[in-house]
Write a protein that binds this ligand. Structure first.
Ligand code: ATP
Ligand code: LTN
Length: 335
C-alpha cells in the first residue's frame, strides 16, 4: 500500500452531461493522469450537477459509466486515484445543505454560469441551478484538498468555495482547508475546429472531436477544419492573425510532443491540404488506444462496478470524517 500521508490532496470532477472530447482530454484528464505520483487524487463524475438541466435518465446512466471507463482509459489508474460517482457518496448532498445556509443569495446571483444557464434554459430556472455552487463547494471541501484543477470558467465557483470555507472557519475554527484553484497553463485551451474563436465544447458537435470518434470521423472533421483566410497560406504560429492554424498547431504539438518551430519546419512549403490531414492522423493515433480501451472496459461491467464501489467506499471514509466534524460544530446531536 502506497504511503499517501504526506501527499497534498487534489480533487476535480466533470459533469457526465455528454461525451468527453479532445479538449477535456488535452486540457484536463491527460494532465490529471500525471499527478498521481505527487498528489493524493480524487476524480469524480459530477452526476448530481447534471440534473440542474433536464437529462434523459438512461443516457445519463450511460454517460456516467462511459466517463468512468474513459477516465481509466486515459490513464487514471483506479488503484492510485480515487475514482467515484458523486451520487454514491451521500455526504455531498448533506454538506451541500449545510453550506447552502452559509452562502448568500447575493453571492449566488452573481455567478456567471447561473446567468448563462438560466438564459439558455429559461423554461427551467430551478433552485438547483441557483444553489449549484453550494454543492460544488461541498464536493471540494469534504476532501480537504490543497488544489482543485479546473478550467477558467470554474474559477468563480472556486473563489466562492474559498469564501464559504473561510466564513465557516471564522465562525467555528479550522474545519476546512481553503483550497487553491489550479488553472492549467496556456495552450491547454483547445478551440472549436469550426470556429477558432470559441472553445471546443460538446455542445458544438461539428467543431468537436469526441474521444470515442472513429478515425474516419476524426479525419473528416480535421479536413473540414477552418483555417485562415490570410493570403500567406503557410503553417506559422500566430494566434492573433491565424487563430485556426494556431489551434491546429497546438493540437498537433500536444499529440506529437513537437515544438511550434519543428512543426513550422516540417510543413514548410506545404499547404493546409497536407497539414490538416496530418493533424487528423496524429489525433486519431492519440485517441485510438483510448477508444479501444474504453470500449473494452465498457463491456466489463463487473470490473467497472468494482472500481466505482471501491472508489465510493474510499471517498466516503474521508467525506464522513469532514461531515461529522461539521455536524458537531453547527450543533447537531451525535447519533
Ligand atoms: P460545455 O460543453 O458544457 O461547455 P465542456 O465540454 O466544456 O462543457 P466541462 O465539463 O466544462 O466541459 O469541462 C471539464 C474539464 O475539461 C474542465 O477542466 C475544462 O477546463 C476542460 N475543458 C473543457 N473544454 C476544454 C477545451 N476546449 N480546452 C481545454 N480544456 C477544456
Ligand atoms: N462545475 C464543474 C464540475 C464540478 C467540479 C466540482 C469541478 C462539479 N463539482 C468540484 C471541480 C471540483 C463543471 O461544470 N465543469
Amino acid at each position: 500500500m502506497e504511503n499517501t500521508i504526506e501527499k497534498k490532496v487534489l480533487l476535480s470532477g466533470i459533469q457526465p452531461s455528454g461525451d468527453l472530447h479532445l479538449g477535456n482530454y488535452l486540457g484536463a484528464i491527460r494532465n490529471w493522469a500525471r499527478l498521481a505520483d505527487e498528489f493524493d487524487c480524487y476524480f469524480f463524475m459530477a452526476d448530481m450537477h447534471t440534473i440542474t438541466v433536464r437529462q434523459d435518465p438512461p443516457t445519463l446512466r450511460r454517460h456516467t459509466l462511459q466517463q468512468l471507463a474513459q477516465y481509466i482509459a486515459c490513464g487514471l489508474d483506479p488503484q492510485r486515484n480515487t475514482l467515484f460517482i458523486q451520487s454514491h457518496v451521500h455526504e455531498h448532498a448533506e454538506l451541500a445543505w449545510v453550506l447552502g445556509c452559509y452562502t448568500m443569495f447575493g453571492e449566488l446571483s452573481r455567478m456567471t454560469q447561473f446567468k448563462d444557464k438560466s438564459s439558455k434554459h429559461s423554461e427551467n430556472i430551478n433552485a438547483g441551478l441557483f444553489t449549484y455552487p453550494a454543492l460544488m463547494a461541498a464536493d471540494i471541501l469534504l476532501y480537504q484538498p490543497d488544489y482543485v484543477p479546473v478550467g477558467e470558467d470554474q474559477k468563480q465557483h472556486c473563489e466562492l468555495t474559498r469564501d464559504i470555507a473561510q466564513r465557516f472557519n471564522n465562525l467555528y475554527g479550522e474545519v476546512f482547508k481553503v483550497p487553491e484553484p489550479y488553472i492549467p497553463k496556456v495552450g491547454a485551451r483547445i478551440m472549436s475546429l469550426t470556429d477558432p474563436a470559441s472553445k471546443m465544447s460538446k455542445s458544438d458537435a461539428a467543431g468537436c472531436v469526441f474521444l470515442l470518434d472513429k478515425p474516419e470521423d476524426i479525419m473528416r472533421k480535421f479536413k473540414k477544419a477552418v483555417t485562415d483566410s490570410d493570403t500567406e497560406r503557410c503553417v506559422r504560429y500566430d494566434p492573433q492573425t491565424k487563430p485556426g492554424v494556431a489551434n491546429l498547431m497546438s493540437i498537433y504539438a500536444s499529440c506529437t510532443g513537437r515544438t511550434f518551430d519543428e512543426i513550422e519546419a516540417e510543413f514548410e512549403g506545404k499547404g493546409y491540404g497536407v497539414f490538416k490531414p496530418a493533424v487528423g492522423e496524429a489525433v486519431a493515433e492519440t485517441l485510438r488506444p483510448i477508444r479501444e480501451e474504453s470500449e473494452r472496459i465498457m463491456k466489463d461491467k463487473a470490473y467497472l462496478e468494482s472500481v466505482y464501489r471501491d472508489g465510493a467506499e474510499r471517498a466516503s471514509r474521508t467525506a464522513r470524517r469532514t461531515l461529522n466534524k461539521v455536524y458537531k460544530k453547527v450543533g447537531f446531536v451525535a447519533k
